[in-house]
Ligand binder design. Structure first.
Ligand code: APR
Length: 237
């Protein structure tokens, strides 16, 4: 809505918001990248070397996503939106838990595991073949299908759009991300000077850049608490 005057809450999420739904984060000692080295499953080079391995990795992850359910944090954000707050969600997550909770305004910076993409024309996206993507599943142009996720070393197609959204924030709420990956983490630099930023993450004390308010709690507690506060006040601060 171009003329929407309501205060704009921009929420930037990482894998930590889905941790309480049973989806693994990446950089914990027992995180996904400890089990599956990035260079073997999440780079263009890995794909060229062993596409079968990459496809099976994402087919298994997809099953984990399908089994997961939105948790209290996803639901609190969706409920706020339905109660009339203006909310934009920018997520690094490739799961669909924000949407399943009911959020309508979600931008996936790193793609969506529940979609397929062409390897010969990266603009072409397709519904997933039943049972996941296998070698031999091809797009209209005859190219092998791949998961619609952004790998290390690839460009982030919606980054400019995400910057524009953050630049119009009245409050930036960051949830469950180590802020270790660029360019996603640099989104915090685009927030207007007079807009506060808050990080909800059990490791917030260590992770929050200067000037960011730290709430060192799991998302399932910290986000619903904030949402309750905003609802009670009828405004964001
Ligand atoms: N609630 C909130 N945050 C949590 C919870 C929880 N219950 N449990 C863990 N976390 C936090 C961790 O403290 C950590 O800061 O989630 C964060 C997860 O960080 P990473 O594993 O680095 O994941 P993320 O920041 O999402 O990674 C960004 O890197 O590997 C790529 O493309 C991948 O989108 C991903 C990107």
């Amino acid at each position: 809505m171009a003329d929407d005057r309501r205060p704009h809450l921009v929420v930037f999420t990482g894998s930590g918001i889905s941790a309480e739904s049973g989806i693994q984060t990446f950089r914990a000692r027992d995180g996904l990248w400890a089990e599956h080295p990035i260079e073997e499953v999440a780079t263009p080079h890995a794909w060229r070397r062993d596409p079968e391995r990459v496809l099976q990795f994402y087919n298994r992850r997809r099953e984990q996503v399908r089994r997961a359910r939105p948790n209290a944090a996803h639901k609190a954000l969706a409920a706020l939106e339905h109660q009339g707050f203006r909310i934009s969600v920018i997520t690094q997550n490739i799961d669909d838990l924000h949407e399943r909770a009911g959020s309508r305004n979600v931008l996936h910076l790193h793609g969506e595991i529940l979609q397929a993409r062409s390897t010969v024309d990266t603009r072409l996206r397709y519904p997933l073949p039943r049972g996941g993507i296998e070698l031999g599943d091809v797009c209209d142009k005859g190219g092998q299908l791949r998961p619609d996720v952004v790998w290390f070393g690839e460009s982030v197609p919606h980054f400019a759009e995400a910057c524009d959204i953050v630049a119009e924030a009245d409050l930036l709420l960051v949830v469950g991300t180590s802020l270790a990956v660029m360019p996603a983490a640099s989104l915090l630099d685009y927030v207007p000077l007079d807009a506060p930023s808050i990080l909800v993450d059990p490791e917030a004390e260590a992770l929050a850049p200067p000037g960011v308010t730290r709430i060192s709690q799991p998302a399932g507690k910290g986000v619903p608490d904030l949402a309750r506060h905003w609802r009670r006040e009828g405004r964001l601060w």
